[in-house]
Design a protein around this ligand. Sequence first.
Ligand SMILES: Nc1ncnc2c1ncn2[C@@H]1O[C@H](COP(=O)(O)OP(=O)(O)OP(=O)(O)O)[C@@H](O)[C@H]1O
Ligand SMILES: [Mg+2]
Length: 256
Amino acid sequence: MPNGAKIVVDHASKLFLEGSVVAFRNVDLNVRNNEVLCIVGPSGCGKTTLLRCIGGLLPPSAGQVLIDGQPVHRPRAGVAIVFQHFGLLPWKSVIDNVAFGLKIAGASRELIAQRLDHYIRLVGLAGFENHYPYQLSGGMQQRVGLARALAIDPEVLLINEPFASVDAQTREVLQEELLQLHERERKTMIFITHSIDEAIILGDRVAVMAARPGRVKEVLTVDLPRPRDPAKVRAASRYTEMRNHIWEELRPTVAM
Ligand SMILES: Nc1ncnc2c1ncn2[C@@H]1O[C@H](COP(=O)(O)OP(=O)(O)OP(=O)(O)O)[C@@H](O)[C@H]1O
Ligand SMILES: [Mg+2]
């Protein structure tokens, strides 16, 4: 196992329907403590399935996933998963949805009150505390999921396209919030996105996946210093170089 790796994906494969569908094959990845690994790749290359395996929601068909050196067989405390449409309780308001995880984790009333306010504001949902999920847009629902995950102060965040259905301006604000959050709290994160731009802005490294069969084609290091200002990152020649390189890697697979 690589030294100091928080998360290790070790020769993992996931097949569905008695092997007729290969979600991904022979994936090796490691994520260091406090590192942000972004994953990009075409639709269907197995990104979400891989994240589900890392989160312990799904067993790999072969190989294994380790967190802190321990094989993952089920969801673990300290590992928060933010998926689109993942587990918001429709009968609970925004504030109760965010509080839910904290209550289960046994947080005190004071702590819950303090964190709720902070994280609901952080994701831009102040004023919507008493709304129910059906009264929110898709993007707002995703932000509730993000606030709920962040509020429990997890060591590891597994994030699946959290900004896919938010508008471009909100997306940029949330990217900056995530950057600042990472500066402050240094979580270990795996972040799946379709946006090459977002992957470079947020990631310490970017894993590029390919489809049929799903696999990791290349892992690039984003050697841009932190703290990062997205505007400055986009102006850097290294940014353009990486973006073009990743786009060339993805181009043959998106053309299908
Ligand atoms: N429960 C399942 N049963 C059968 N096949 C599945 C299941 N889940 C995923 N698959 C298949 O595994 C492959 C990878 O799916 P996955 O959702 O991981 O892709 P993805 O990279 O996240 O795609 P997208 O970018 O569109 O979200 C697809 O071919 C999909 O049809
Ligand atoms: Mg997906």
